[in-house]
Structures are given as structure tokens and as C-alpha cells.
Design a protein around this ligand. Structure first.
Ligand code: NAP
Ligand code: MG
Length: 488
């Protein structure tokens, strides 16, 4: 590590030598097929699409595009294994397979972290320290529940639903797959999972692990493709439950399609979280929490703390500290272990973020970006603030899903609760204060599924996660996460 200035002052820039993670140990195939009935099979129509590295714009591999007939095959396999194998297997045996998958993810953690970063653009530090270990932890956690469902739901006679169709987004590809597959298997269901088009690789690597684990064929099927493939899963007649994580617009479409059917549904949708800083909060810690809340994973986080509320008497100092901290953030090569902010997941998402930045400027909010340079190739965005925003601004009301933070001030608790709740979403929120009673008061009044106090973006498999209002319904994680996969 080389240091330009000898000061610990936050405003001084540190200069690090590049510390790239090695990708020599990764083997990617040229083409990835569909994982149906325990085997990798070609798509019926023989169509493939490219997956690229958003940091370099280079093609990584070709991915099979499943159509309706492939979805049919996957559902048949899942139904068959549900009826004949999985639902008949003793629960403790089912648990052993899930434990095995968890251990195999741990064994191959380094490979998964590198592929997650190459395919999705998130910093290697995040995929290595957050995504992959957490994904393994969700499998471990739910493996433990498999033979204890009668204790989880006493006197309720829990039974699996059958075949679950699961559709996930691109921001936490392997982790979202774990959130979906682990509870479904623990409760005795079989699965068809579709990852997002831009980030299919780690789900397909998970398919390799599943094949190696000896899990009976058809219990987990992983099929790739775009929105059409997702819609074919949603509309398939022989699926009992749909679990969807993604945008509110697609969530509404799905809810519409499932009206008048018997399928159960859980939706984990968008968010626009309020991160609220009171004047008695430990401010340096709060600034770290703000940075973690919105710049972490390029703001590609449904629960990102994208609306900052600062108590008026400390607004200037918090904003100055935040700007100083933003100057030290390293934006660039996601494979570099020093990088704080990696690549935006796709060109399309970068364009969405840029569109919102110009909307914010037109709406008259004060605009601020850190002075860092961006790589010439790839999709990158500087950490961005909009100051002096108001509730009516679109950048305050709509989900941007990028490293863009809006800032408002407040004077009283009542005012900030009113403003924080005055939004179509209700996924998460953050409260920073030294006062325990205020935390309890705020958590009971904020309409958000998760409220973090003096921390942000912390996840644990034992803790339920999910939203209110247009952020969806149903919970994933914890004991609550078993319920949507059971008839009770
Ligand atoms: P998206 O466009 O809704 O896509 C999500 C998934 O649905 C993808 O696999 C997508 O396939 C598929 N899909 C698209 N159209 C479909 C249709 N008509 N029927 C069935 N499936 C369809 O969302 P995204 O842009 O990928 O993800 C970002 C959004 O997810 C954000 O709004 C974010 O807040 C939300 N999110 C929420 C949570 C949560 O837990 N609440 C967690 C993470 C993300 P393709 O990608 O191939 O188009
Ligand atoms: Mg990609």
C-alpha cells in the first residue's frame, strides 16, 4: 500500500496499488445449458443469449434461452420428483442434502465470488464477504428446519405445497437463489428457478453443485431466459406457488396473472428506504451507515437507504462529513480488492440511473458527485447526492436502484415519520440515535418491513425480510420464510 499523504484526515486521498483478485482458477464454459431433471440439456429452440462482464463489456459466455416447452419439461420433472421421491423422503434425509449443498458452496466460495463479480459487476469484497457466505448460511439455516417443521408450527400439521416457481433479480444472484431454494426444499417442495438474464452464471454453477450433491433429479431445475421465460413459469398450470423478487411493475403483472388461480404468491419488490439521522446519533458511525446504505453494491439494493433525513441542527456537519467520505470511495474495477463501488449491472440500468440524475437536476435539487475518475470502458456511476430535495420530487418518490442519495432535513420526530412513510414503498428504514426509547417509538411507527437501528444493510438467515405496501407481501428468512411454502 502506498500512501500519498501522511494524514488520517478523511479529506486526504489515499492511493492504493491495484490488488486484483485472480481469476485464473475460474473455468467458464462457452455455452451454458438448462438444468432440467438433474441434467444439463439444450433449449428446444436452440436459442442462446450472451452474458457480459459489465466492468469490461466483454462477453463471458452464452446462456440458453428457455421457451414454454422447456418450462413444461422442467415442471414435469419437478412434479414427478415431488410425487415420487421428494415428498416421500424422510425430512431428516432432505435436510442432509441441503446441508451438503451449503458445505459445497463454502468449499467453492472463492470460485463463486469471482464469477459473481465478473458477471454482475459488484466489488469482489462484497461477493467474497457478503453474498457467498450468506448464501451458504441460508442453506445451513433452512437445512436445520427440514425435520423440525412440526416444532416450528405446533398443532398445525405442515404440508408442502408441491412445485414452486421462483424468479429472481440481478442484484444478489446467488444469494437470492439461496433465499428461494433453501426454504422450498426444507419444506418438501420441488423447484423451478429462473435467474435474471444478466446474471445467470452463479445460478448455473449452483446447478453443478446440485448435480454433484446427488440431490434426486428434478428436485431443483434451473432454467435461464428473459421476461418471457419468467412469464411462462408464472402462467404454468401445474405450479403451486410463485415466489418473485424484482421490480414492482413486474410484481403487479404477476399478481394480475395469478388472480383467479389457486397458486400461492409471495412478492419481494422495490423500495425507497428512509435513513434517519437524529442530532444525538454517533455521527461518524452514521455517515458510515449512510455510505453503506446507498453506495454498497452500487445502490443495487432493494432496501438501499436512498432517502436520507437529517435533523436540521446537524445537517451541515453530516453533509460535510458525507462529502468528505465520498471523496475517499474508490469506484472502478470490481475485481480489485480495494474497490468500494463496482460496475452498474447493465447498460440499461446505467441509462435508468442517468435518466433519474437528469430528472433530479431538472427538478431543481442541488447536485453533488465525488470527484473520482471513472474507467473508460464499462458501466460506472459516481456516488451522487441530491440536496434540498422535497417530498414531491420524482427522485424522492421513485426507486432509482443506483448510487444516488436524496437528502432532506427535519425538525421533529412526527415530521420525519410522516415524511418517511409518505411513499408507495415500505421495505426498510434506518434510525440513528443514542436514545433507545426513540428507536422503539420509530420502529413501531415506520411502515417498513425491516428497520435497522444504528446500523444498516445487515442480513441474517434467522431474521425475516419483506415489505409493506408496494414493496410486496410475504416474508423470506427466519421461521416466517417457511410459511409461504407450506399449507398449514
Ligand atoms: P425485474 O425486471 O422485475 O426482473 C426480476 C426478474 O423477473 C428477472 O428474472 C426478470 O427476467 C423476470 N421478469 C421480467 N419480466 C417478467 C414477467 N413479465 N414475468 C415473469 N418474470 C419476469 O427486476 P430487476 O430490474 O431485475 O430487479 C430490480 C428490482 O428488484 C428492483 O425494483 C428491486 O428493488 C427489486 N428487488 C427487490 C428485492 C426484495 O427483496 N424486495 C430484492 C432484490 C431486488 P430478466 O432479468 O431476464 O428480464
Ligand atoms: Mg453479466
Amino acid at each position: 500500500m502506498r500512501e500519498k499523504k501522511q494524514s488520517l484526515d478523511f479529506t486526504s486521498k489515499w492511493c492504493y496499488e491495484p490488488a486484483p483478485e485472480n481469476s485464473d482458477h475460474i473455468q467458464l464454459k462457452k455455452k451454458y445449458e438448462l438444468f432440467i431433471d438433474g441434467k444439463f440439456v439444450k433449449p428446444t429452440k436452440g436459442k442462446y443469449f450472451d452474458t457480459i462482464n459489465p466492468a469490461t463489456e466483454q462477453k463471458l459466455a452464452e446462456i440458453a434461452e428457455a421457451d414454454e416447452s422447456d418450462v413444461n419439461k422442467a415442471v414435469k420433472a419437478a412434479r414427478n420428483s415431488y410425487e415420487n421421491v421428494w415428498s416421500k423422503m424422510p425430512a431428516a434425509e432432505r435436510g442432509k442434502y441441503i446441508f451438503r449443498i451449503a458445505r459445497m458452496i463454502q468449499e467453492r466460495a472463492r470460485e463463486f465470488a469471482v464469477i459473481e463479480t465478473l458477471d454482475g459487476g459488484k466489488p469482489i469484497r462484497e461477493s467474497r464477504d457478503i453474498d457467498i457466505p450468506l448464501a451458504a448460511n441460508y442453506f445451513f439455516y433452512y437445512a436445520g428446519w427440514a425435520d423440525k417443521l412440526a416444532y416450528a408450527f405446533p398443532n398445525r400439521n405442515p404440508k408442502p405445497l408441491g412445485v414452486a416457481g421462483q424468479i429472481i433479480p440481478w442484484n444478489f444472484p446467488l444469494l437470492m437463489a439461496a433465499w428461494k431454494i433453501a426454504p422450498a426444499l426444507a419444506t418438501g417442495n420441488t423447484v423451478i428457478l429462473k435467474p435474471a438474464e444478466t446474471t445467470s452464471l452463479t445460478a448455473l454453477k449452483l446447478a453443478e453443485i446440485i448435480a454433484d450433491s446427488g440431490l434426486p433429479p428434478g428436485v431443483v431445475n434451473i432454467i435461464t431466459g428473459g421476461g418471457k421465460t419468467g412469464a411462462a413459469i408464472v402462467n404454468h398450470k401445474d405450479i403451486n406457488k410463485i415466489a418473485f423478487t424484482g421490480s414492482t411493475d413486474v410484481g403487479k403483472l404477476i399478481q394480475h396473472s395469478l388472480a383467479n388461480t389457486n397458486k400461492k404468491l409471495t412478492l419481494e419488490l422495490g423500495g425507497k428506504a428512509a435513513n434517519i439521522i437524529f442530532d444525538d446519533a454517533p455521527l461518524d458511525q452514521a455517515v458510515e451507515g449512510i455510505v453503506n446504505g446507498i453506495f454498497f453494491n452500487q445502490g443495487h439494493v432493494c432496501c438501499a437507504g436512498s432517502r436520507l433525513f437529517i435533523q436540521e441542527n446537524v445537517a451541515n456537519i453530516v453533509i460535510q462529513k458525507l462529502k468528505d467520505r465520498m471523496e475517499t470511495l474508490i469506484v472502478g474495477d470490481p475485481m480489485d480488492k480495494n474497490t468500494d463501488i463496482g460496475a452498474i449491472n447493465s447498460k440499461q440500468q446505467l441509462e435508468t440511473i442517468q435518466k433519474y440524475i437528469s430528472i433530479g437536476k431538472k427538478e431543481g435539487a442541488d447536485f453533488y458527485q465525488s470527484s473520482c475518475a471513472l474507467p473508460k470502458k464499462g458501466y460506472f456511476c459516481k456516488p451522487t447526492l441530491f440536496l434540498n430535495t422535497s417530498q414531491s420530487h420524482r427522485i424522492v418518490q421513485e426507486e432509482i436502484f443506483g448510487p444516488v442519495l436524496t437528502i432532506q432535513t427535519f425538525r421533529t420526530v412526527e415530521e420525519v415519520i410522516e415524511k418517511a412513510n409518505n411513499i408507495p414503498y415500505g421495505l426498510s428504514a434506518g434510525v440513528w440515535t443514542d436514545k433507545g426509547s426513540r428507536i422503539f417509538n420509530m420502529t413501531s411507527k415506520l411502515r417498513a418491513g425491516v428497520v435497522w437501528a444504528n446500523t444498516y444493510n445487515k442480513f441474517d438467515p434467522t431474521s425475516p425480510f419483506g415489505g409493506y405496501k408496494e414493496s410486496g407481501f410475504g416474508r423470506e428468512g427466519g421461521l416466517h420464510g417457511l410459511q409461504p411454502y407450506l399449507s398449514l
